[in-house]
Design a protein around this ligand. Structure first.
Ligand code: NAP
Length: 284
Protein backbone atom coordinates (compact mmCIF):
# COMPACT_ATOMS: atom_id res chain seq x y z
CA UNK A 1 0.00 0.00 0.00
CA UNK A 2 1.31 3.47 -0.88
CA UNK A 3 2.05 5.67 2.11
CA UNK A 4 0.22 9.04 2.25
CA UNK A 5 2.52 11.96 3.06
CA UNK A 6 0.89 15.14 4.38
CA UNK A 7 1.84 18.30 6.24
CA UNK A 8 2.16 16.46 9.55
CA UNK A 9 4.31 13.57 8.33
CA UNK A 10 7.40 13.03 10.48
CA UNK A 11 10.53 12.27 8.46
CA UNK A 12 13.18 9.67 9.36
CA UNK A 13 15.98 8.36 7.18
CA UNK A 14 19.42 6.90 6.70
CA UNK A 15 22.63 8.65 5.68
CA UNK A 16 25.44 6.75 3.98
CA UNK A 17 27.65 6.60 0.92
CA UNK A 18 26.49 4.59 -0.93
CA UNK A 19 22.99 4.19 0.46
CA UNK A 20 20.88 3.01 -2.46
CA UNK A 21 21.43 -0.66 -1.55
CA UNK A 22 20.05 -0.12 2.00
CA UNK A 23 17.16 -2.34 3.09
CA UNK A 24 16.33 -0.09 6.05
CA UNK A 25 13.70 2.01 4.18
CA UNK A 26 11.80 -1.17 3.37
CA UNK A 27 11.61 -2.47 6.91
CA UNK A 28 11.16 0.88 8.71
CA UNK A 29 8.36 2.01 6.39
CA UNK A 30 6.64 -1.37 6.78
CA UNK A 31 6.62 -0.85 10.55
CA UNK A 32 5.34 2.75 10.30
CA UNK A 33 2.58 1.56 8.02
CA UNK A 34 1.64 -1.44 10.15
CA UNK A 35 1.23 0.80 13.20
CA UNK A 36 -0.50 3.53 11.19
CA UNK A 37 2.10 6.12 12.23
CA UNK A 38 2.27 9.27 10.13
CA UNK A 39 6.00 8.84 9.46
CA UNK A 40 8.17 8.15 6.44
CA UNK A 41 11.75 6.83 6.18
CA UNK A 42 13.94 7.89 3.26
CA UNK A 43 17.52 7.27 2.07
CA UNK A 44 19.91 10.26 1.96
CA UNK A 45 23.16 9.81 -0.01
CA UNK A 46 25.76 11.90 1.82
CA UNK A 47 29.39 12.03 0.68
CA UNK A 48 31.96 12.38 3.51
CA UNK A 49 32.80 16.00 2.68
CA UNK A 50 29.12 16.92 3.20
CA UNK A 51 28.61 15.06 6.48
CA UNK A 52 28.61 18.07 8.83
CA UNK A 53 26.36 20.10 6.52
CA UNK A 54 24.00 17.14 6.14
CA UNK A 55 23.70 16.60 9.91
CA UNK A 56 23.03 20.31 10.51
CA UNK A 57 20.57 20.31 7.62
CA UNK A 58 18.63 17.29 8.90
CA UNK A 59 18.44 18.93 12.32
CA UNK A 60 17.30 22.24 10.82
CA UNK A 61 14.65 20.46 8.78
CA UNK A 62 13.26 18.91 11.95
CA UNK A 63 13.64 15.22 11.07
CA UNK A 64 12.71 12.86 13.89
CA UNK A 65 15.88 10.84 13.64
CA UNK A 66 18.06 8.89 11.26
CA UNK A 67 20.28 5.86 10.85
CA UNK A 68 23.95 6.20 9.99
CA UNK A 69 25.81 3.73 7.83
CA UNK A 70 29.21 3.31 6.17
CA UNK A 71 31.35 5.47 6.07
CA UNK A 72 29.89 7.90 8.63
CA UNK A 73 29.42 5.82 11.79
CA UNK A 74 32.50 7.22 13.55
CA UNK A 75 32.93 10.51 11.71
CA UNK A 76 29.49 11.73 12.81
CA UNK A 77 30.31 11.73 16.53
CA UNK A 78 31.77 15.29 16.73
CA UNK A 79 28.58 16.68 15.16
CA UNK A 80 26.24 15.25 17.82
CA UNK A 81 25.31 16.81 21.18
CA UNK A 82 25.55 13.55 23.12
CA UNK A 83 26.22 9.85 22.58
CA UNK A 84 25.10 6.82 24.61
CA UNK A 85 27.47 4.58 26.59
CA UNK A 86 27.14 1.82 23.96
CA UNK A 87 28.05 4.22 21.16
CA UNK A 88 31.00 5.53 23.15
CA UNK A 89 32.32 2.00 23.74
CA UNK A 90 31.91 1.07 20.06
CA UNK A 91 33.30 4.40 18.89
CA UNK A 92 30.41 4.39 16.41
CA UNK A 93 26.85 5.65 16.05
CA UNK A 94 24.24 3.95 13.86
CA UNK A 95 21.13 5.74 15.15
CA UNK A 96 20.52 9.42 15.85
CA UNK A 97 17.45 10.70 17.67
CA UNK A 98 16.39 14.34 17.90
CA UNK A 99 15.55 14.80 21.58
CA UNK A 100 14.36 18.20 22.84
CA UNK A 101 16.36 20.09 20.26
CA UNK A 102 19.49 17.97 20.74
CA UNK A 103 21.00 15.27 18.53
CA UNK A 104 21.67 12.13 20.54
CA UNK A 105 23.65 9.21 19.05
CA UNK A 106 23.12 5.53 19.87
CA UNK A 107 24.53 2.24 18.68
CA UNK A 108 21.91 -0.48 18.20
CA UNK A 109 24.14 -2.83 16.15
CA UNK A 110 25.38 -4.57 19.31
CA UNK A 111 21.83 -4.99 20.67
CA UNK A 112 20.84 -6.46 17.31
CA UNK A 113 23.81 -8.83 17.26
CA UNK A 114 23.19 -10.25 20.75
CA UNK A 115 19.46 -10.61 20.08
CA UNK A 116 20.13 -12.44 16.83
CA UNK A 117 22.60 -14.79 18.58
CA UNK A 118 19.89 -15.69 21.06
CA UNK A 119 16.94 -15.87 18.65
CA UNK A 120 18.55 -17.28 15.50
CA UNK A 121 21.26 -19.48 17.04
CA UNK A 122 19.90 -20.16 20.53
CA UNK A 123 23.36 -19.06 21.66
CA UNK A 124 23.88 -17.66 25.16
CA UNK A 125 27.01 -15.43 25.29
CA UNK A 126 27.35 -15.59 29.11
CA UNK A 127 30.56 -17.49 29.98
CA UNK A 128 31.26 -18.40 26.34
CA UNK A 129 34.46 -18.37 24.28
CA UNK A 130 34.18 -16.43 21.03
CA UNK A 131 36.41 -16.19 17.97
CA UNK A 132 35.77 -13.03 15.95
CA UNK A 133 37.08 -12.78 12.39
CA UNK A 134 37.76 -9.13 11.52
CA UNK A 135 38.66 -5.97 13.40
CA UNK A 136 36.67 -3.24 11.65
CA UNK A 137 33.58 -1.35 12.78
CA UNK A 138 31.34 -4.41 12.91
CA UNK A 139 33.91 -6.33 14.99
CA UNK A 140 34.19 -3.44 17.41
CA UNK A 141 30.41 -3.35 17.89
CA UNK A 142 30.32 -7.13 18.36
CA UNK A 143 33.18 -7.00 20.85
CA UNK A 144 31.50 -4.27 22.90
CA UNK A 145 28.21 -6.13 23.05
CA UNK A 146 29.84 -9.50 23.85
CA UNK A 147 31.77 -7.87 26.72
CA UNK A 148 28.51 -6.45 28.05
CA UNK A 149 26.80 -9.85 27.69
CA UNK A 150 29.28 -11.66 29.95
CA UNK A 151 31.44 -13.51 27.41
CA UNK A 152 34.46 -15.14 29.10
CA UNK A 153 37.08 -14.85 26.36
CA UNK A 154 37.40 -13.32 22.91
CA UNK A 155 39.97 -14.05 20.20
CA UNK A 156 40.21 -11.60 17.29
CA UNK A 157 41.67 -12.88 14.00
CA UNK A 158 42.29 -10.14 11.48
CA UNK A 159 44.04 -9.91 8.12
CA UNK A 160 45.92 -6.80 9.28
CA UNK A 161 47.33 -8.04 12.57
CA UNK A 162 48.09 -4.57 14.01
CA UNK A 163 44.43 -3.56 13.65
CA UNK A 164 43.40 -6.61 15.68
CA UNK A 165 46.04 -5.81 18.31
CA UNK A 166 44.84 -2.22 18.63
CA UNK A 167 41.22 -3.30 18.97
CA UNK A 168 42.07 -5.76 21.72
CA UNK A 169 44.18 -3.21 23.64
CA UNK A 170 41.23 -0.82 23.88
CA UNK A 171 38.99 -3.47 25.39
CA UNK A 172 41.62 -5.07 27.70
CA UNK A 173 41.76 -1.95 29.82
CA UNK A 174 37.96 -1.53 29.91
CA UNK A 175 37.18 -5.17 30.74
CA UNK A 176 40.11 -6.51 32.81
CA UNK A 177 38.07 -9.58 33.92
CA UNK A 178 37.82 -10.91 30.32
CA UNK A 179 40.52 -12.73 28.36
CA UNK A 180 41.40 -11.17 25.00
CA UNK A 181 43.80 -12.32 22.31
CA UNK A 182 44.70 -11.11 18.83
CA UNK A 183 45.92 -13.68 16.31
CA UNK A 184 46.93 -13.49 12.64
CA UNK A 185 44.29 -14.67 10.17
CA UNK A 186 46.66 -17.48 9.12
CA UNK A 187 46.26 -19.00 12.62
CA UNK A 188 42.48 -19.20 12.36
CA UNK A 189 42.23 -22.96 11.77
CA UNK A 190 44.33 -23.98 14.73
CA UNK A 191 42.34 -21.72 17.08
CA UNK A 192 38.88 -22.95 16.03
CA UNK A 193 38.95 -25.66 18.68
CA UNK A 194 39.01 -22.97 21.38
CA UNK A 195 35.70 -21.38 20.38
CA UNK A 196 32.05 -21.98 21.28
CA UNK A 197 31.09 -19.39 18.68
CA UNK A 198 32.83 -18.24 15.49
CA UNK A 199 31.66 -14.90 14.05
CA UNK A 200 32.56 -13.45 10.67
CA UNK A 201 32.45 -9.66 10.97
CA UNK A 202 34.27 -9.01 7.67
CA UNK A 203 32.79 -8.43 4.25
CA UNK A 204 34.21 -11.77 3.07
CA UNK A 205 31.27 -13.90 1.96
CA UNK A 206 29.58 -11.13 -0.02
CA UNK A 207 29.33 -12.06 -3.67
CA UNK A 208 30.33 -15.63 -2.70
CA UNK A 209 33.88 -14.60 -1.77
CA UNK A 210 35.39 -16.88 0.86
CA UNK A 211 38.28 -17.37 3.27
CA UNK A 212 40.13 -19.79 1.03
CA UNK A 213 42.34 -21.23 3.78
CA UNK A 214 39.58 -21.61 6.38
CA UNK A 215 38.96 -25.26 7.29
CA UNK A 216 36.06 -25.84 9.66
CA UNK A 217 37.26 -29.41 10.28
CA UNK A 218 38.85 -28.43 13.58
CA UNK A 219 35.83 -26.66 15.02
CA UNK A 220 34.23 -28.19 18.13
CA UNK A 221 31.08 -30.27 17.76
CA UNK A 222 28.30 -28.14 19.21
CA UNK A 223 29.98 -24.85 18.32
CA UNK A 224 27.93 -22.21 16.49
CA UNK A 225 28.80 -20.07 13.48
CA UNK A 226 27.44 -16.56 12.82
CA UNK A 227 28.06 -14.64 9.61
CA UNK A 228 27.17 -10.92 9.69
CA UNK A 229 26.96 -11.03 5.90
CA UNK A 230 23.38 -11.71 4.72
CA UNK A 231 23.72 -11.40 0.95
CA UNK A 232 23.91 -14.10 -0.27
CA UNK A 233 21.84 -15.68 2.53
CA UNK A 234 24.14 -18.70 2.57
CA UNK A 235 27.78 -17.66 2.40
CA UNK A 236 30.51 -20.25 1.81
CA UNK A 237 31.25 -20.12 5.57
CA UNK A 238 27.63 -20.91 6.42
CA UNK A 239 27.49 -23.65 3.78
CA UNK A 240 30.57 -25.25 5.37
CA UNK A 241 29.01 -24.94 8.84
CA UNK A 242 25.77 -26.49 7.66
CA UNK A 243 27.70 -29.36 6.06
CA UNK A 244 29.26 -29.95 9.51
CA UNK A 245 25.79 -29.92 11.13
CA UNK A 246 26.67 -26.86 13.20
CA UNK A 247 24.13 -24.26 14.35
CA UNK A 248 24.57 -21.29 12.02
CA UNK A 249 22.88 -18.03 11.03
CA UNK A 250 23.45 -15.09 8.73
CA UNK A 251 23.26 -11.37 9.62
CA UNK A 252 19.66 -10.79 8.57
CA UNK A 253 18.37 -11.18 12.12
CA UNK A 254 20.95 -8.67 13.35
CA UNK A 255 19.92 -6.17 10.68
CA UNK A 256 16.25 -6.52 11.64
CA UNK A 257 16.94 -6.34 15.38
CA UNK A 258 19.12 -3.22 15.14
CA UNK A 259 16.32 -1.63 13.10
CA UNK A 260 13.71 -2.58 15.69
CA UNK A 261 15.84 -1.03 18.44
CA UNK A 262 16.20 2.20 16.42
CA UNK A 263 12.43 2.27 15.78
CA UNK A 264 11.78 1.99 19.52
CA UNK A 265 14.19 4.87 20.26
CA UNK A 266 12.42 7.10 17.71
CA UNK A 267 8.78 6.23 18.35
CA UNK A 268 8.75 4.84 21.89
CA UNK A 269 6.81 1.78 20.67
CA UNK A 270 7.80 -1.69 19.50
CA UNK A 271 7.61 -2.51 15.84
CA UNK A 272 5.24 -5.49 15.25
CA UNK A 273 6.96 -8.74 16.26
CA UNK A 274 8.94 -10.30 13.39
CA UNK A 275 7.71 -7.78 10.79
CA UNK A 276 11.08 -6.25 9.91
CA UNK A 277 12.73 -9.65 9.56
CA UNK A 278 9.94 -10.91 7.30
CA UNK A 279 10.24 -7.80 5.13
CA UNK A 280 13.99 -8.34 4.79
CA UNK A 281 13.64 -12.06 4.10
CA UNK A 282 11.18 -11.28 1.29
CA UNK A 283 14.02 -9.57 -0.58
CA UNK A 284 16.07 -12.78 -0.92
P1 NAP B 1 35.13 -2.28 7.93
O1 NAP B 1 35.17 -1.42 9.15
O2 NAP B 1 35.56 -1.74 6.63
O3 NAP B 1 36.03 -3.59 8.28
C1 NAP B 1 36.22 -4.60 7.32
C2 NAP B 1 36.89 -5.83 7.97
O4 NAP B 1 36.91 -6.86 6.98
C3 NAP B 1 38.34 -5.61 8.40
O5 NAP B 1 38.62 -6.39 9.51
C4 NAP B 1 39.11 -6.12 7.16
O6 NAP B 1 40.43 -6.55 7.46
C5 NAP B 1 38.26 -7.31 6.79
N1 NAP B 1 38.42 -7.72 5.40
C6 NAP B 1 37.96 -7.07 4.29
N2 NAP B 1 38.28 -7.78 3.19
C7 NAP B 1 38.95 -8.89 3.61
C8 NAP B 1 39.52 -10.00 2.94
N3 NAP B 1 39.49 -10.12 1.60
N4 NAP B 1 40.12 -10.97 3.69
C9 NAP B 1 40.14 -10.87 5.04
N5 NAP B 1 39.63 -9.84 5.74
C10 NAP B 1 39.03 -8.86 5.02
O7 NAP B 1 33.65 -2.83 7.67
P2 NAP B 1 32.55 -3.15 8.79
O8 NAP B 1 31.72 -1.97 9.03
O9 NAP B 1 33.23 -3.82 9.93
O10 NAP B 1 31.60 -4.19 8.00
C11 NAP B 1 32.04 -5.51 7.72
C12 NAP B 1 30.89 -6.37 7.23
O11 NAP B 1 29.90 -6.54 8.25
C13 NAP B 1 30.15 -5.80 6.02
O12 NAP B 1 29.93 -6.84 5.10
C14 NAP B 1 28.84 -5.32 6.58
O13 NAP B 1 27.78 -5.38 5.63
C15 NAP B 1 28.62 -6.34 7.70
N6 NAP B 1 27.72 -5.80 8.73
C16 NAP B 1 26.52 -6.41 8.89
C17 NAP B 1 25.64 -5.93 9.84
C18 NAP B 1 24.31 -6.60 10.02
O14 NAP B 1 23.40 -5.98 10.60
N7 NAP B 1 24.16 -7.83 9.61
C19 NAP B 1 25.97 -4.81 10.63
C20 NAP B 1 27.23 -4.22 10.44
C21 NAP B 1 28.10 -4.73 9.46
P3 NAP B 1 41.67 -5.50 7.43
O15 NAP B 1 41.67 -4.81 8.76
O16 NAP B 1 42.85 -6.36 7.22
O17 NAP B 1 41.40 -4.56 6.27
Amino acid sequence: MMMKVNGKTKVYGIIGDPVEHSLSPLMQNAAFEALNLNCVYVPFAVVPSNLEAAVKGLFALGVGGFNVTIPHKTAIIPFLDQISGDAELCGAVNTVNCENGRLVGYNTDGIGFIRSLKEDLAFEPQGSRVLLIGAGGAARGALASLCGAGTASIIVANRTRERGDTLIETFCSRFPQLRFESIPLEDLNKNLIRADLVVNTTSVGMGKTSFEALELGAIKDGAAVYDMVYSPPETPLLAAARARNLRCANGLGMLAAQGEAAFKIWTGVDSPLGLMKRELASMF
